[in-house]
Design a protein around this ligand. Structure first.
Ligand code: SF4
Length: 188
């Protein structure tokens, strides 16, 4: 099977690639993540994936698009629902479209490995996109291997990000610290 795997980052790809290889499926990794901000974070995650593709010897296609302004414009009216309304569909539609145009049999995504993503919604979005683009969606619940994949990524010395990707998720990640700083206020 010729499989295109949307890849959000190197650490999440570790278990997905290992488990697909156990099924004798060799995925081609596809980087398309205009949701990652700011630029240095985007670049670090992209370059880590390039480094890992050489270490683990898999094919990687980079679709280069850093998109802070476009992303913000598209999610600003409903920040709470940004993942489902915009971030998942925009990345996965691009992946399915590329897969269809380039003779792949199916697409999937490393987002399915993370227990922090909205897994069921993500699956539904992929199924809908598969119908729309007339291409198979390969579903696997990779979450069972999340800890294993992250541990291996750490052992390999890969860069491990601290938040999901968008600038809003960065704020959420540090919310407790932000509140703590506010309490300290003027007594610095
Ligand atoms: S939290 Fe993650 S999945 Fe949701 S919009 Fe931000 S980057 Fe995308």
């Amino acid at each position: 099977m010729k499989l295109l795997m949307h890849t959000c980052c190197a650490p999440c790809s570790v278990y997905c690639i290992d488990s697909l290889r156990k099924e004798n499926i060799e995925p081609v990794s596809y980087w398309y993540n205009p949701n990652i901000h700011p630029y240095i974070e985007y670049k670090t995650r992209r370059d880590t994936l390039i480094e890992y593709s050489k270490m683990a010897n898999f094919e990687l296609i980079i679709n280069e698009e850093y998109g802070l302004k476009k992303f913000c414009k598209n999610v600003i009216d409903d920040i709470e629902k940004r993942c489902i309304n915009y971030c998942y569909p925009v990345r996965l539609e691009q992946t399915a479209n590329y897969a269809k145009e380039n003779g792949y049999d199916a697409f999937t995504t490393t987002l399915l490995v993370s227990p922090y993503q909205k897994h069921d919604e993500l699956k539904k979005i992929c199924e809908k996109i598969a119908k729309q683009y007339n291409i198979d969606f390969l579903y696997r619940d990779f979450r069972e291997g999340f800890r294993e994949g992250q541990a291996k990524a750490r052992e390999l010395g890969l860069y491990m990000q601290k938040y999901c990707g968008c600038i809003f998720s960065e704020e959420e990640r540090y919310q407790k610290q932000i509140e703590k700083d506010k309490k300290i206020g003027l007594s610095w």
